[in-house]
Design a protein around this ligand. Structure first.
Ligand SMILES: Cc1cc2nc3c(=O)[nH]c(=O)nc-3n(C[C@H](O)[C@H](O)[C@H](O)COP(=O)(O)OP(=O)(O)OC[C@H]3O[C@@H](n4cnc5c(N)ncnc54)[C@H](O)[C@@H]3O)c2cc1C
Length: 311
């Protein structure tokens, strides 16, 4: 019984839904147990310039469209992407640009911590995971997703499918746009961007002027201090516009509550979420527990909408 099931499975033809296999001759597919007719396989023809134009025409259209964004999110880690998901779903009328310095999205969220796979989130962050439809083990006060990469890839695929979101990756924010009112009050009014590879070579190349994106609200989710982290907090602190307080020592219980509660507009026009906040508030580090990143992102979406309506 068991072996016949295995044999049937082994003999069953593989299929790619919608694939035009064997010129539509499915009997041939069944007979050979192959998806395509491999010996005579060929792709639809294309000219190289069509590939270039397919990419560049869309990218430059997006650059044009998002040069004036409603909201810019800096950093596509767990906090930034959670924020983007809630914001863009709730407000399909808003243009939301995400700027990510790395080629890959996800920040420190492809592993659960210490290079282990599983990802721990304390309740009530499970509500967000249910919304995304990801399976998890319920351990009482916390849940465990079998792999952090499952979380971040599911979340990013949902965010990227939203029509009002554009991810500019391999692009870093290397400065902020500010405006100074007659009263002397300063507010953030957008971001200054550059290709990350260009930003990394300012010391040995010249003529590398940046690009800009204007936005009513900037949400900074660049993580704690590191080679690229805590960017907006550090930039404003360097200008004497914001006081920087370095991340405190590890205390999971205090740290997660502090990050979620403290999520706010830290400077006019700039909302801060995720671990970057610890560089602003000196809140504790928390180690590999991610509920606070998710719910800080959710909280940041709410705050950003209030700021957006105010400005
Ligand atoms: C070395 C190390 C130490 C860690 N220590 C802790 C800890 O102490 N406490 C803790 O809770 N977790 C720690 N973690 C785990 C985990 O990585 C973070 O908590 C979690 O990923 C933070 O989520 P986040 O969304 O706030 O930021 P991140 O996951 O760090 O995401 C930030 C994103 O912003 C991008 N970015 C940064 N600067 C810019 C810029 N200028 N322009 C555009 N994009 C930018 C980054 O590329 C990144 O993708 C650590 C991870 C590492 C690798």
């Amino acid at each position: 019984m068991g072996s016949s099931t295995i044999t049937e499975t082994q003999n069953a033809p593989l299929s790619l839904q919608g694939a035009n296999i064997f010129n539509g001759d499915s009997s041939l597919a069944n007979a050979t147990n192959a998806v395509f007719d491999w010996p005579s396989f060929e792709f639809a023809p294309i000219r190289e310039s069509e590939v270039s134009r397919a990419m560049t025409s869309r990218y430059f259209k997006d650059l044009d469209k998002y040069a004036e964004s409603d909201i810019v999110i800096v950093g596509a880690g767990s906090a930034g992407l959670s924020c983007a998901y809630v914001l863009a779903t709730a407000r399909p009328d808003l243009k939301i640009a995400i700027i990510e310095a790395n080629v890959a999205v996800g920040g420190g969220c492809f592993l659960g911590g210490q290079l282990f796979s599983a990802m721990v989130l304390r309740k009530p962050a499970d509500e967000f995971i249910k919304e995304l439809g990801i399976d998890y083990d319920d351990e009482g006060n916390f849940i465990v997703i079998k792999h952090a990469a499952l979380f971040i890839t599911t979340l990013s695929s949902k965010v990227l499918a939203l029509p009002n979101v554009k991810l500019f990756n391999a692009t870093c924010v290397e400065d902020l746009i500010t405006r100074t009112a007659a009263s002397g009050d300063v507010n953030v009014a957008g971001v200054v961007t550059n290709w990350t590879l260009v930003s990394m070579h300012h010391d040995d190349q010249s003529c590398m002027d940046p690009n800009t994106i204007n936005a009513k609200v900037v949400i900074s989710c660049t993580g704690h201090d590191g080679p690229m982290g805590a960017f907006c907090v550090k930039r404003l602190a360097a200008q004497g516009l914001l006081k920087r307080n370095r991340m405190g020592c590890l205390d999971m219980n205090r740290a997660e509550d502090a990050i979620v509660r403290g999520t706010r507009e830290v400077f006019p026009g700039l909302v801060c979420a995720g671990m970057e906040l610890s560089e602003c508030d000196s809140s504790n580090r928390m180690g590999p527990t991610f509920g606070a990143m998710v719910l800080s992102g959710v909280h940041a979406a709410e705050v950003a909408l209030k700021v957006y309506e105010r400005i």
